[in-house]
Design a protein. Structure first.
Length: 276
């Protein structure tokens, strides 16, 4: 079934990816009056599941800060979700939905640190988050995702800062915060996001091999149980600040990036519509 664009037209946004940073963007855009369709892969490996609309793929529906997202099996269901004021999450890793929806805006928020197929001709306004994109070549604008002075900055010429491979420090901890898979296999989690954990505590098993945390704090992220993971893969993170409530609200980083995306969208739209 074709997609009815009559009630969306110039305010339709397709956001590729629905992880925690993408979800901050989605939440901001919907609350600013945009219609947003999110796309995800069949088995998202999202870590901060409690603040990621990607969780709708597993749970059917998820609500974050008052905004609900639901899994949509097709474009007809996506239309119904939009009409109900919800965010549809479509399984579409190839971008096929973009060709059918023909949105005014496309935001690549996969945060893969490389471009996974987004092109500048996908929509009148195409925005990429973080490294892997070049403004003016494969997107119209890039939004900086690296913590620091430039976080959330809109880049209209060039690229974001390169991936350092090192997480930002929190309370002096950087790589220690990250929980990684000790082996290849299927993960079975035994802890929940929001749990207080101690250094050395086991939070999951990968085919019987214990997954332990390096520092104490609150378990802020943990990949969905039952997924296949590979050795060294990031599967969780610990917040040493110990504030459980941070696990259930959009982060400062996601909000900063969302502001940059909104700025880029409006700036580029106004530039397109400006009288010649």
């Amino acid at each position: 079934m074709g997609f009815d664009r009559s009630r969306t037209s110039g305010n339709l946004v397709v956001v590729r990816g629905a992880g925690d940073l993408a979800s901050g963007v989605i939440n901001r855009l919907v609350k600013c009056g945009f219609k947003v369709v999110a796309t995800e892969r069949e088995q998202p490996t999202v870590i901060r599941r409690t603040v990621a609309y990607a969780s709708a793929v597993f749970e059917g529906a998820v609500r974050i800060e008052g905004l609900e997202a639901v899994k949509a099996e097709n474009l007809h269901e996506a239309q119904a979700a939009l009409s109900a004021g919800k965010v549809p999450v479509l399984i579409d890793s190839s971008g096929q939905a973009i060709r059918e929806l023909r949105p005014y805006f496309v935001v690549d928020a996969i945060i893969a640190k490389r471009n996974l197929g987004t092109t500048i001709d996908m929509a009148p306004v195409v925005i990429g988050l973080g490294p892997g994109f070049t403004a003016g070549r494969d997107v119209h604008a890039v939004v900086e995702t690296n913590r620091g002075h430039n976080l959330g900055r809109v880049i209209l010429d060039g690229s974001a800062e390169p991936d350092t491979g090192k997480p930002g420090a929190v309370c002096g901890y950087s790589v220690e915060r990250v929980v990684r898979a000790p082996a290849d296999g299927v993960i079975n989690t035994i802890a929940e996001i929001g749990d207080t954990v101690q250094s050395g505590q086991t939070v999951a098993y990968v085919d019987g091999v214990p997954v332990t945390v390096q520092i104490g704090g609150v378990l802020r992220g943990l990949i969905h149980s039952g997924l296949y993971v590979t050795s060294g893969m990031k599967i969780g993170d610990v917040d040493p600040r110990g504030r459980r409530e941070y696990c259930f609200s959009i982060s400062d980083k996601a909000r900063a990036i969302a502001g940059g995306v909104l700025e880029a969208m409006l700036y580029l739209q106004n530039r397109i519509n400006a009288p010649s």
